[in-house]
Design a protein around this ligand. Structure first.
Ligand SMILES: Cc1ncc(COP(=O)(O)O)c(C=O)c1O
Length: 434
C-alpha cells in the first residue's frame, strides 16, 4: 500500500526523519488528520457531534491539532483527561467513557465540568452521583447499553453478548429510571459502541439504526433521553483488497434517520481509527537478515513492543522498503520480526521484498491508530520510539522524544530504604479516593 497522494509522509521525508531522530519511529501528517476531520464534519448532518476517541492515538500534538479544528474528545482515563486538557479541549467538549472508572476518575470528571460521563452500570452512576453531590454539581450522563442482539457484519465486535460493557438491554429501562432519579446527575441519553474496524457503511448504518431505535424505545418509558452516542468503529482499509469506508453513504443514511428524530435530539460519534490511522507511519531499521531452515527472516529494531496490532485481526501487515529504487534486484519472501525474545514478535509473514541488507529502513503505513499507545513497551525495556510530525514543506519536528534506556529504572527501588518519591494524589493508582 502506498501513502495517500497528498500526504507529507513520503519515502524521502521518512528516511530523513529516521536519519535525524533514529528508529523505531512514528511519523505523522498532522494536516492529514485535520483534513480527515474536516471531511467527516462536512459529510455529517448538523446535529451530529464528533468526539475524537483519544485512545486511538493520545499524542499531545495530534490531540492539539484536533482541538484546534473544533473537534470534541472522548477520554477513558485521567491520563487521557490530562492530555485532552493540555491539548486545549475544554470540559464542555469532553466525554469520559470506559468501564472501571475509579473514584479519582469521577472526581476529576466532575471537577473539570465534562460534557458527559458515560456510566457503565447503576453502581458506577451511584458513585458518580455521590461525587457530584459532594461537589455541589449536577453532572450530565449517558448510560452505556449492552444490546442483546446487533446486526452482524464485517467488523470486530466489541459489544459481545454477555460482555463486560454497559447495562444489559433487558434491564436498561429500569436502570435508566434509577439513574434519572439520582441526585447530582442529569440523565441525557444512551451510548452504544458495538463494533470496530467496520468498512461497510451499510452495516454501520444498520448498527446505528438499531441504537437509535433502542433510544426511542427507552424514551417512550418517559425517560429524559435526547442524546444518542453511536460510539466509534469506522474502519480504514489495511490492504489493497479492502475498500475505503463510504462516508457519503453512511452520512446520507444518518441524515435520513435524523429526519425522524425529535428536533431537540442530538447524535454523537466517537471515531478513533478513522481520523488518525492513515496519517501515521511506523519506521524501523533492518538489523539482520538470515535464513533459518530455509526461511528468510528480516530482524528489525522495533517489533510488537511498539506496534502490537499486527498480532491482532484487521491490522496493516504491509510494508514498504524505503529508498527502494525499482533497481533493487530480485525479490524474496520473508518474515519481518522484532527484537523481543518472544516468537510472537512478528510484524509480517510471507511478504515479498527486494533482497535487502541491514541498515535499510522499512515503513508500515496506516499505523497512526493504536500504534504508539497500544504497544507492550514494558517488554524487555527497549526505549520507546520517537514521534515526529512531518510538515508539508518536508521539515520534521519531534512531537515526543525517544525514550532513554535509563527510563527502565524510573519509579523503581531495589530496597525498602529507597522508596520511590510519593506521588501526588491524582497520580496514585488506587481505585478509590482517600
Ligand atoms: C468507547 C469507545 N469509543 C470509541 C472508540 C474508538 O473506536 P474506533 O477506533 O474503532 O473508532 C473506542 C475504542 O476502543 C471505544 O472503546
Amino acid at each position: 500500500m502506498s501513502a495517500p497522494s497528498a500526504t507529507t509522509l513520503t519515502g524521502p521525508a521518512l528516511e530523513a526523519a529516521a536519519d535525524r531522530f533514529g528508529t523505531p519511529l512514528y511519523a505523522y501528517d498532522l494536516d492529514g488528520v485535520a483534513r480527515r476531520h474536516r471531511e467527516l464534519v462536512a459529510a455529517l448532518p448538523d446535529r451530529v457531534d464528533v468526539h475524537y476517541a483519544l485512545k486511538a492515538n493520545g499524542s499531545l500534538a495530534i490531540a492539539a491539532r484536533l482541538a484546534d479544528v473544533g473537534c470534541g474528545v472522548d477520554v477513558c482515563s485521567r491520563g487521557e483527561l490530562a492530555v485532552a486538557a493540555a491539548a486545549g479541549f475544554p470540559g464542555v467538549r469532553t466525554l469520559f467513557t470506559g468501564p472501571g472508572k475509579s473514584d479519582h476518575d469521577l472526581h476529576e470528571a466532575v471537577a473539570r465540568g465534562l460534557r458527559w460521563v458515560v456510566v457503565e452500570s447503576v453502581g458506577e452512576a451511584r458513585r458518580l452521583a455521590a461525587v457530584a453531590t459532594a461537589a455541589g454539581r449536577r453532572q450530565p450522563v449517558l448510560v452505556r447499553i449492552a444490546p442483546r442482539t446487533l446486526p452482524s457484519g464485517d467488523g470486530l465486535v466489541v459489544a459481545v453478548p454477555g460482555g463486560k460493557f454497559g447495562v444489559d438491554e433487558e434491564e436498561a429501562a429500569e436502570a435508566l429510571a434509577t439513574v434519572a432519579a439520582l441526585p447530582g446527575l442529569r440523565l441525557e441519553g444512551i451510548h452504544v459502541y458495538a463494533e470496530s474496524c467496520v468498512l461497510d457503511a451499510g452495516h454501520m448504518l444498520a448498527i446505528n439504526t438499531r441504537t437509535i431505535a433502542l433510544a426511542r424505545d427507552l424514551a417512550a418509558h418517559d425517560l429524559p433521553i435526547t442524546v444518542v452516542d453511536l460510539g466509534g468503529g469506522l474502519g480504514v482499509p489495511y490492504g489493497p483488497d479492502e475498500p475505503a469506508f463510504d462516508l457519503a453513504r453512511w452520512s446520507d443514511g444518518l441524515r435520513s434517520r435524523c429526519r425522524d428524530l425529535p428536533a431537540d435530539w442530538r447524535l454523537v460519534v466517537e471515531p478513533g481509527r478513522f481520523l488518525v490511522a492513515e496519517h501515521g507511519t511506523y519506521v524501523v531499521t533492518v538489523l539482520d537478515v538470515k535464513t533459518v531452515a530455509g526461511r528468510r527472516h528480516v530482524i528489525v529494531d522495533g517489533g510488537i513492543n511498539q506496534l502490537y496490532r499486527p498480532n491482532m485481526a484487521r491490522a496493516n501487515r504491509q510494508v514498504e522498503v524505503l529508498g527502494a529504487s525499482g533497481q533493487d534486484g530480485p525479490t524474496e519472501v520473508v518474515a519481518i520480526a522484532g527484537p523481543l525474545l518472544s516468537g510472537e514478535d512478528v510484524l509480517a509473514t510471507d511478504v515479498e521484498l527486494p533482497r535487502i541488507d541491514p541498515g535499510r529502513r522499512l515503513a508500515f503505513r496506516s499505523c497512526g491508530a493504536y500504534g504508539y499507545g497500544h504497544g507492550i513497551s514494558g517488554f524487555s525495556a527497549h526505549p520507546t520510539p520517537a514521534e515526529v510530525a512531518i510538515e508539508p514543506d518536508g521539515s520534521a519536528w519531534e512531537m515526543r522524544r525517544r525514550g532513554r534506556p535509563s527510563a527502565a529504572l524510573r519509579d523503581q527501588s531495589a530496597t525498602p530504604s529507597a522508596t520511590p518519591e510519593r506521588t501526588p494524589a491524582m497520580d496514585r493508582t488506587t481505585s478509590h479516593a482517600p
